[in-house]
Design a protein around this ligand. Structure first.
Ligand code: ADP
Ligand code: MG
Length: 361
């Protein structure tokens, strides 16, 4: 349905310098696919989406839509845009029109639909997004989640071949994200072709047929959710999808605030909703820092937790050490058994900066 070859896009800054936002984007999208585009901010995800429907004309390359290059000057962009719906982060509803008029406006205006028929179909679409009761109110009377559902109904009213979504839930209050994602899940089940820029990792993993990980202006990795989330080829993909939250400390000198560290670790457990791990984190840290590794300094301690996998790790790295501290000094057996009792796994690994003992909590 869509083929993108060597797509590039540069912007010229006011000072005359040029930034290359899209460098060499290549992909192919088939009918019925649900593609999630993920990646750090500023890597060109929105620019890519806007290039696809020529809201942001590319600088180079080609985009074939149903076999025709839309960058061709003779190409009828108006006809293409009718087949390519777009849902924006900030809804972009017509504020002076009722909800139903928002939905029927484009079909009446562009497709010359019969007004009565358009209203009938519009009500049907509002039913699918759960907003029949709001048909005659104005957007200002709706919540963010409701506005976004109207925007989706409005895009569907044109009977598009594909809908592009640019972070449709990122302007919403967290309580309203679910209702919008639920409508999008429903569309995915109905085999609507969709390209979705999103930060909702669990949603991307569950609904997508394929995921594009964008990084630095290229599609860095393109694969099934299983590949991207469970067996990514690139380490950059892995770090991004695992959304690993880290809390690092460097114990270099004598004036290190040890109680302060434990308190920050507790706050970290609360912040990432793992209060049940607080006790194990404190015990393991105490035993490692005060007993097992007491003769090994400087020490780097990192508490990490992944939202995606639910895994929590405490890593203790003795800087500059190549061998395991356990080989150099027999670990205190009582301390070690206490740590084993409070953890799931103890991993010993050399790194470029030193030797690391990683405890899975
Ligand atoms: P993402 O959606 O991945 O966060 P964007 O596509 O919005 O990234 O932007 C990528 C880069 O392009 C950013 O550095 C942004 O500042 C720049 N950019 C986007 N649009 C313009 C523009 N119209 N003029 C100049 N720079 C732009
Ligand atoms: Mg963006």
């Amino acid at each position: 349905m869509i083929t993108v070859n060597h797509l590039s896009k540069s912007f010229r800054n006011p000072d005359g310098s040029v930034i290359h936002v899209l460098k060499d984007v290549n992909c192919q999208i088939e009918p019925g696919e649900v593609i999630s585009v993920i990646g750090p901010s500023g890597t060109g995800k929105s620019t890519f989406l806007r290039a696809l429907n020529m809201l942001e004309p590319p600088t180079g390359g080609e985009i074939l839509f149903e076999g025709k290059n839309i960058l061709d000057k003779r190409y009828r962009l108006d006809l293409m845009r009718r087949k390519m719906g777009m849902v924006f982060q900030n809804f972009n509803l017509f504020e002076h029109m009722t909800v139903l008029d928002n939905v029927t406006y484009a079909p009446c205006r562009l497709l010359k639909a019969d007004p009565a028929q358009a209203r009938k179909e519009g009500m049907e679409l509002l039913r699918t997004v759960g907003l029949v009761e709001k048909a005659n109110v104005y957007p200002s009377q709706l919540s963010g989640g409701q506005k976004q559902r109207v925007a989706i109904a409005r895009a569907l009213a044109m009977k598009p071949e594909v809908i592009l979504f640019d972070e449709p839930t990122s302007a919403l209050d967290p309580t309203m994200v679910g209702e919008v994602l639920s409508v999008m899940r429903q569309l995915a089940r109905q085999k609507m072709t969709m390209i979705i820029v999103t930060h909702e990792m669990k949603f991307a993993r569950d609904v997508s047929t394929r995921i594009f990980f964008m990084n630095e202006g290229v599609i860095f990795e393109d694969g099934t959710p299983d590949q991207i989330f469970n067996h990514p080829i690139h380490s950059a993909t892995r770090a991004f999808v695992m959304q690993i939250n880290k809390l690092p400390f460097d114990m270099d000198g004598d004036d290190f605030d040890y109680p302060g560290m434990l308190s920050q670790m507790n706050q970290f457990c609360i912040k990432y909703s793992i209060p049940e791990k607080m006790k194990a984190v404190s015990y393991v840290t105490d035993e490692m820092v005060q007993v097992i590794l007491k003769n090994f300094r400087p020490l780097r301690i990192v508490l990490s937790h992944s939202d995606m996998t639910g895994e929590t790790h405490l890593a203790f790295m003795v800087k500059g050490l190549e061998k395991s501290p356990f080989e150099l000094e027999e670990p205190d057996p009582l301390s070690l058994s206490l740590i084993q009792g409070m953890s799931q796994e103890i991993i010993q690994e050399p790194t470029t900066l030193g030797f690391r003992i990683k405890v899975k909590i």
